[in-house]
Design a protein around this ligand. Structure first.
Ligand code: LLP
Length: 431
């Protein structure tokens, strides 16, 4: 099947980590998100090992918390010894709430408020990934007030278009993120940062986009960034120790997506970088990467219960499920591809073409179109695969739909790691 954690059991039902998904749906209710905890640990270890063996002992990955930001994920990150990329005080709070050591965190975001800067520094954040002049000054001022030297990494835009969905492509010059190399503005902010009293500029960062299968956009970005590191050495006589290449490795959502060999990609990127540094006589920086999607996406899935099956004569068939854009807004936002299965009818012929529609009052509330599955009926369990990344973290309460529960499966053990929201939760802040 699409990923190793999926199988069909003797009852003809879809199993996730060996557990019958139809039974899980009955036991915990739907919509329900499932997480494969062993799978998440496996991916983290893979990145840790591959980065050290390819780039050298000093290099390391960070888990990009925006993909799935819940306490359990930071418990795992802490146990596995991986650093994290955090983008808001809320994400920092989540990590801190399970004792994640903030010294191993990089604080991202294109518009950190004064309160964010204070909160992060007061809690001992390792690095600020500084995006602009205003933030740089604010970080320097607060570090001065505290009497500390804050380590920072500057976010630069290398001017790379990775040919992914425009909304998730962020390395281009015309972007709200970072400072452009091409326009000469990077030169100004770098020189300025070196002149500040309470920040230590130790690295550069770029993030070109997400759901990228090819290594070329990464090696192109690395070339530009390393060339720029060389320029900084030449013009300012300063060393840049860290090059953070961001996240972005793709994940297989549907059969037609390529299978990606993460170790091999990392190895080939490392060979390219070593070669480039050698040729241009530039000291190899410590390479950092920030995978989010590729750690959690395939280690998650969502179960729904089928409702209406509407056949519009001469048009399409619509299968409505008990969730939708509230728990998975990705089709509505990006027309993202997903694999949908009728979990209790895995051995029946898939011959029923339909649109999977959510339950929100919004005609764009679809999960997928042109899905072909065994004919569904009300109360069937419908599985949407590969939903671990950017589903729960982007979920909303639109139409006052409570967010799903998350059940993690760790070997034989099942545990609720996020409770289902209650109606009381929905009105908690209403006065
Ligand atoms: N580092 C930075 C600075 C980022 O902005 C991102 C993602 C990552 C790392 C992690 O990238 P990943 O390995 O997960 O591709 N909501 C969109 C994805 C937005 C990605 C935002 N930044 C989606 O659902 O496809």
């Amino acid at each position: 099947m699409l990923h190793d954690n999926l199988s069909v059991n003797e009852s003809g039902n879809l199993a996730f980590c060996g557990k019958d998904t139809v039974e899980l749906a009955k036991k915990y209710g739907t919509p329900l998100m499932l997480l494969d905890e062993e799978g998440i640990r496996f991916q983290i270890r893979r990145y840790l090992r591959a980065m050290k063996s390819s780039f050298g002992e000093g290099s390391f990955p960070l888990y990009a918390g925006k993909a799935l930001c819940i306490k359990e994920i930071y418990r795992i990150a802490k146990e596995e010894g991986i650093g994290v990329d955090l983008v808001s005080s809320g994400e920092i709070y989540t990590a801190l709430s399970v004792g994640f050591p903030l010294s191993k965190a990089f604080f991202h975001g294109n518009n950190k408020t004064d309160a964010d800067i204070k909160y992060a520094m007061d809690n001992g954040i390792g690095y600020f990934v500084t995006d602009n002049f205003e933030e740089l000054n604010a970080v320097n001022e607060y570090a001065k007030e505290k009497g500390v030297i804050q380590k920072i990494v500057l976010r630069l835009t290398p001017g790379i278009d990775p040919h992914t969905h425009a909304a998730i492509s962020t390395g281009k010059v015309d972007s709200k993120f970072g400072v452009a190399i091409e326009t000469g503005q990077a030169d100004k902010i770098v020189e300025y940062a070196f002149g500040l009293s309470n920040v230590a500029l130790v690295g550069f960062h770029c993030h070109i986009g997400s759901q990228i299968f090819d290594i070329k956009p990464f090696t192109d970005a690395a070339d530009i960034m390393i060339k720029y590191i060389g320029k900084v050495k030449e013009t300012l006589g300063r060393d840049i120790e860290i090059l953070n290449l961001g996240g972005g490795f793709g994940v297989r959502y549907v059969e037609s997506d390529p299978v990606i060999d993460y170790e091999d990609n990392i190895f080939r990127i490392s060979e390219h970088i070593k070669d480039y540094c050698g040729k241009h006589d530039i000291k190899m920086p410590i390479i950092v990467m920030e995978p989010g999607r590729s750690i959690v996406a395939a280690n998650g899935m969502t179960l729904y219960t089928a409702g209406s099956v509407k056949e519009i004569t001469g048009y399409k068939n619509y299968l409505a499920i008990d969730g939708g854009m509230g728990d998975n807004p990705r089709y509505a936002l990006y027309k993202s591809s997903y694999t949908v299965l009728n979990a209790g009818k895995m051995n029946l012929p898939a011959d029923y073409k339909c649109v999977i529609a959510g339950r929100c009052c919004e005609s764009g509330d679809l999960i997928q179109e042109d899905v072909v599955i065994p004919k569904p009926q009300r109360n069937d369990t419908i599985a949407v695969l590969v939903t671990g990344a950017y589903n729960y973290s982007m979920a909303s309460n639109y139409n006052r739909l409570p967010r799903p529960a998350i059940v993690a499966i760790d070997g034989q053990e099942e545990k609720i790691v996020v409770k289902r929201e209650t109606f009381e939760d929905l009105v908690r802040n209403d006065v």
